[in-house]
Design a binder for this molecule. Structure first.
Ligand code: SF4
Length: 364
């Protein structure tokens, strides 16, 4: 069980970030900002995929108009991503946005003061989004490069700055594309304050590289109890960011649901583990995508008895067998022998019996 760092609770629309609340998953719209219809369509898709909070790039006054449209048509907390221009932040707050993300590397102190004043008047939180690619000039000059100490100093300065304006309704992120720098700076900031942390590895790359870097970076912070909301950054469809975020949380037991474990197969394998495990994941995802679980259900697909016995005992359900004949185990006991073509329907029947019998497993 991971012991999470105790942080202040911040409301982003109807999602609470921090405290003991579930770790929320974020992504960012990538449709052209001028195409409002495409943004609404993408936002709906991301919400359906499991996105809790959605960020949108607000680059001019026209793009501010997208905020009320998204709020009305998608009903998901919206964050306005602001660079350079305080007026855009202020207008976004008046347009009904749920959080403002500012980059202190490109907004001056007076502007941050004005933004915080408007945010306070409408109870809208801010994210201070420190980024290694756009650190304040004076910090870069002092440290020479965006090291973890440089990121830490920028974060502390900006935390102190907002506090000096009597503003405490904020979340902090300290992102770098270097996993080590990123993790070190988050740990330093976590040791100094109890503001919620939005964690992620920025510009982590294309799907394969980005998933690995994010899993290492976000995963190692979460294992240390650090992180209240996450964003996986991928040069790919944002839906994959959400799916990856869900997988990271589920792998660490920080998000409940059904997880499939399967053996890597070897010369002893007596069933088609790869095909069964892949298909099973798809079937379960389709079947249970709208169910909110309160506990985990673990299903093991094992190629033979070597580790099979141990894993079947440890899993809620397990599948093993020989050739076309598969056995379903429940809580370590073999309950059924079925043909391979029947395995998914039979297993889903058993899962349904288990979750219907106990509201420990699902929320009504
Ligand atoms: S469980 Fe059996 S088949 Fe699978 S990798 Fe281990 S020994 Fe091989």
């Amino acid at each position: 069980m991971i012991e999470r760092r105790k942080t202040q609770k911040i409301s982003v629309g109807n999602v609470i970030v921090g405290g003991d609340e579930a770790i929320s998953i974020q992504s960012m719209l990538s449709a052209k900002i001028t195409d409002f219809e495409a943004n609404v369509k993408q936002a709906k898709k991301l919400k359906k995929a499991g996105c809790d909070i959605l960020r949108v790039a607000i680059s001019d006054l026209n793009s501010v108009k997208l905020i009320p449209i998204l709020k009305e048509k998608v009903k998901i907390p919206i964050v306005a991503d602001i660079h350079f221009n305080a007026k855009l932040a202020i207008e976004s707050v008046y347009a009904g946005v749920d959080k403002i993300r500012i980059n202190p590397g490109n907004i001056n102190h007076e502007d941050i003061k004005n933004i915080s004043k408007t945010c306070r008047s409408l109870n809208i939180p801010i994210r201070i989004g420190i980024n290694s690619g756009s650190l304040e000039k004076k910090i870069l000059e002092k440290f020479g490069s965006p090291t973890s100490n440089a990121l830490f100093e920028s974060a502390l300065e900006n935390i102190n700055l907002l506090e000096s304006f009597d503003f405490n309704n904020f979340i902090v992120s300290i992102k770098s594309s270097c996993i080590r720098t990123c993790v070190e700076s988050y740990k330093m900031v976590a040791s100094k304050c109890n503001y919620p942390l939005h964690i992620g590895i920025t510009e982590s790359g294309t799907f394969k590289t980005g998933v690995i870097k994010s899993a290492i970076g976000i995963g190692s912070l979460l294992l240390d109890g650090i992180g209240d909301t996450i964003r996986v950054s991928l040069s790919d469809d944002p839906k994959k960011e959400i799916e990856t975020g869900i997988s990271i949380l589920k792998s660490l037991g920080l998000k409940y649901g059904i997880s499939v474990i399967s053996c890597p197969t070897c010369g002893r394998t007596t069933i088609d583990v790869m095909k069964i495990a892949k298909q099973l994941e798809k079937e379960l995802e389709n079947k249970y995508k709208n169910i909110i679980f309160k506990k985990n259900i673990k299903i093991a697909v094992m190629g033979c008895a070597v580790n099979g016995h141990g894993e079947t005992r440890d899993a809620d359900f397990a599948i093993t067998g020989v050739g076309n004949i598969l056995m379903i185990f429940k809580d370590g006991i073999m309950i059924k022998k079925v043909f391979q073509k029947e395995i998914f329907s039979e297993l889903i029947n058993e899962i349904n019996k288990k979750i219907n019998l106990s509201n420990d497993f699902v929320s009504n």
